[in-house]
Design a protein around this ligand. Structure first.
Ligand SMILES: [Cu+2]
Length: 198
């Protein structure tokens, strides 16, 4: 809003107007709070896990594949997860391209139960890598050689979830996807037996 001053000068009423300054500072703070709410909610959810995990899995990054180690009562096993080549598709019975996409699908996946807290200890055998799990509200995790980083996930929907290495770790950095297969609890043993080829 403008009023005419003596001598036809246009005087701005928005300049040095204390009330307006206060109003638009408060509006900016409210917009910022609205933007901050979802990530803070996710962060709180991520760090507030107090329940005992159903299982713990140690995830170790190697150049350039992942190793998943399960330590269950009376059953300790681990297996590697490599991105498979097109010619391995039929042998692995993973011919469905939409379910097992090119350059993302691996021969064996990290198998976790749905609706259960799964503790993930993630580390590296050589160099630093980064992993992020947006499907599980997981913030970026760095894999530090020989120093496990603790995180947890709780997957609700049975599905196959794809993710990739986030830190450049060498020649085949682009070819070491991390794949999580979430299955119903009753199917776990069947899937583990199938995943563990030895
Ligand atoms: Cu990498």
């Amino acid at each position: 809003m403008y009023v005419k001053d003596i001598g036809n000068n246009v005087v701005s009423q928005t300049d040095k107007n204390l009330l307006l300054e206060i109003i638009w500072t408060i509006i900016s703070i409210m917009i910022l709070l609205c933007i901050c709410k979802p990530p803070f909610k996710a962060l709180k959810y991520q760090i507030s896990q107090k329940r005992l995990p159903f299982i713990s899995v140690k995830v170790t990054a190697h150049q350039w594949y992942w190793n998943y180690e399960y330590n269950l009562i009376g059953n300790r096993f681990n297996y590697n997860s490599n991105m498979f080549k097109p010619q391995q598709r039929i042998g692995l019975k993973k011919t469905n391209l939409s379910l097992y996409p090119e350059l993302l699908a691996t021969d064996y996946e990290l198998v976790v139960p749905t609706r259960r807290v799964v503790r993930i200890l993630i580390t590296s055998a050589d160099v630093i890598r980064g992993v992020i799990g947006p499907s599980f509200w997981l913030k970026k995790l760095n894999t530090i050689p020989w120093k496990p980083t603790n995180a947890w996930i709780k997957v609700i929907t049975p599905d196959i979830y794809y993710d990739q290495c986030l830190e450049f770790c060498g020649r085949d950095h682009a070819f070491m996807p991390i794949v999580v297969r979430a299955v119903f609890k009753k199917d776990l043993v069947i899937d583990w037996n199938w995943q563990n080829p030895t």
